[in-house]
Design a protein around this ligand. Structure first.
Ligand SMILES: Nc1ncnc2c1ncn2[C@@H]1O[C@H](COP(=O)(O)OP(=O)(O)OP(=O)(O)O)[C@@H](O)[C@H]1O
Ligand SMILES: [Mg+2]
Length: 358
């Protein structure tokens, strides 16, 4: 639907509710602004009486041209879903987060306000804060390191605490299982090793499959995943972390979300494409240590986590190499990523070392 029509539909849908949603903010007028207009979604903000800071945000999904599954790489999950299904999942995920984390110190929540199923839209409360990704990027040397390492560490500690709280309090679920057994993890590691098609990566995959067989149980403990537990989906301000954009489609091994976060920190685009110029290893180590300690506790055996992390690293790395964009920026990103291959392999070797300890 055209942007103008969606703005109209949104206004009509929310006018009857805003006084009930925002009882502490008496208002007589509403304004809707476009925050982002992307191929995959349209983000609109709702302003009460023209206030600069929005009170609510509406996210409308669109059928996008580049579907997941466009490339040829092996995948962990690639069943297509309609925009309506994804919208309903995100809605249920926001409600589950509110139930699990709504009353925990240091954790904020986005309130799901209205599901507009026919338009694949969700209206939710707005949290005025930078993403944890931006807090981390501000540490980059390319941005003159103007950020605070302490703030980024505090954010990562809260991310670990968030995940622990969410998993401990989440309800039973009958969602389909992905990577539920050691055997599936071994099979996927082999597939990624073959796809990466170099002697070094095949060696990593072989060593990885051995460690997975030794360190992981036959049946992996499962949980409903957040689905996209990445620093860009977290907002941090004044010692409070709010996690957005859930997509709880599957039950996955309990380490899945944590590993996606860890790999997200290590393979942050600015670091990969500058071949490690952006961040010193010390800063990334400190962020990683903070989230792992908050999730696992300081003295836990990290070997199973690190064995599983290798799978997520190879999944994310093949995604970066197999970026299906055919335009110039897409080709540059692929080429630049390919040049960083040895650095990512060094990261894989580090995971193998950690997985063989303990
Ligand atoms: N409720 C909210 N309050 C404040 N900011 C928000 C809210 N929802 C989304 N945003 C901002 O908009 C950005 C994109 O939102 P979201 O992650 O839901 O969309 P997306 O299309 O799934 O993005 P991506 O694929 O990059 O994760 C977020 O990173 C955040 O900066
Ligand atoms: Mg997001």
């Amino acid at each position: 639907m055209a942007v103008g029509r969606l703005v109209e539909t949104l206004l009509q849908s929310i006018v009857p509710h805003t006084h009930e949603w925002f009882p502490d903010q008496p208002h007589s007028g509403l304004e809707v602004r476009v925050l982002a207009d992307r191929p995959k979604c349209l983000l609109l903000t709702v302003h009460l009486d023209g206030a600069e800071v929005p009170a609510a945000l509406a996210k409308f999904r669109r059928d996008s041209v580049s579907r997941p599954g466009a490339g040829t790489r092996p995948r962990l999950r690639d069943e297509p879903a309609t925009v309506e299904q994804l919208t309903v999942l995100e809605w249920s995920g926001l409600a589950a987060i509110e139930r699990a984390c709504g009353d925990t110190a240091g954790l904020g929540v986005v309130r799901p306000l209205l599901l507009m199923r026919d338009d694949a839209g969700i209206v939710m409360s707005f949290t005025d804060a930078p993403t944890l990704r931006n807090v981390v990027l501000d540490l980059s040397r390319l941005r003159r390191g103007r950020g605070s390492l302490d703030d980024a560490i505090a954010g990562c500690t809260l991310a670990g605490r968030w995940l622990r709280t969410f998993q401990e309090r989440s309800e039973e679920s009958d969602r389909p299982v992905r990577q539920g057994t050691r055997e599936v993890v071994v099979d996927r590691l082999r597939a990624y090793g073959e796809f990466l098609d170099s002697r070094d990566w095949r060696r990593v995959a072989t060593k990885g499959t051995q460690l997975v067989s030794e360190r992981l149980p036959r049946e992996l403990p499962l949980t409903v995943g957040h689905g996209d537990f990445a620093p860009r989906n977290m907002l941090l301000r004044d010692g409070r972390l709010t996690v957005l954009d859930p997509l709880p489609r599957w039950r996955v091994p309990t380490y899945d979300d944590l590993c996606r976060f860890l790999v997200g920190i290590r393979l942050i685009g600015e670091q990969v494409h500058t071949h490690g110029l952006a961040f010193g290893a010390g800063a990334l180590d400190a962020l990683e240590a903070a989230v792992v300690a908050a999730y696992l506790g300081p003295h836990a055996d990290q070997a199973p986590l690190r064995a599983y992390e290798l799978l997520i690293l190879m999944d994310k790395w093949t995604a970066m190499l197999d970026n299906p964009r055919r335009d110039v920026p897409g080709r540059i990103a692929r080429r630049s990523a390919a040049l960083a291959d040895h650095r990512v392999r060094a990261e894989a070797e580090r995971l193998l070392d950690l997985a063989s300890q303990g």
